[in-house]
Design a protein around this ligand. Structure first.
Ligand code: VGL
Ligand code: ZN
Length: 181
């Protein structure tokens, strides 16, 4: 049973430069994420990848009065992963319902049950965006009782100040922010 899991958050085309909702320099962490995926795979960890997987009429879209341009519509190129995932990675699709927003990979999914059933105790998190889906996922991981780590060199925020503040909030919640490579 793997005691550890790596959770790769929303490393999808639309969150990269040139995409519909780009995280500035989000592509700069792609190689690092791939290295962590390989490293954790070698350690025997469970590899999880969350993805924003919206219906075309999702409530978070501007056309419905939401804050974001249309992004990560399910089964479109913008929703594709930009990292290399092993064949046995667990894919968690979130915010799949038209009228519900979900930033956290735990919200409205069975991620907590999967991790618990697999015997996972510690989770390491990388991906985008630090102050939105990474933060929400990390804080939920703590709430679910997992020892939680954020991989500092493999996350990226939409705004640098927002990212720093988000990392502080996570640390106050008991999360360790570190780099392992
Ligand atoms: C995200 C905004 C909207 C994220 C998802 O992955 O951080 N941000 N949808
Ligand atoms: Zn979204």
């Amino acid at each position: 049973m793997p005691e550890e899991a790596l959770i790769v958050v929303d490393m999808q085309r639309d969150f990269m430069p040139g995409g519909a909702l780009p995280v500035p320099e989000g592509d700069a962490i792609i190689p690092r994420c791939n290295e962590y995926i390989e490293e954790f795979r070698k350690r025997g960890a469970l590899i999880v990848a969350t993805r924003d997987w919206h219906p075309p009429n999702h409530i978070s879209f501007k056309e419905r009065g939401g804050p974001w341009p249309k992004h990560c519509v399910r089964d479109t190129p913008g929703a594709e992963f930009v990292v290399e995932l092993p064949a046995d990675a667990v894919i968690i699709s979130k915010a799949t319902e038209p009228d519900k927003e979900a930033y956290s990979g735990f919200e409205g999914t069975n991620l907590a049950e999967i991790l618990r059933e697999m015997g996972v105790k510690r989770v390491y998190v990388c991906g985008v965006a630090t102050e939105y889906c990474v933060k929400a996922t990390v804080l939920d991981a703590v709430k679910h009782g997992f020892e939680t780590y954020v991989l500092r060199d493999a996350v990226r925020g939409i705004m640098p100040e927002g990212e720093v503040e988000a990392l502080k909030k996570m640390e106050l919640a008991g999360v360790k922010v570190l780099s392992l490579l």
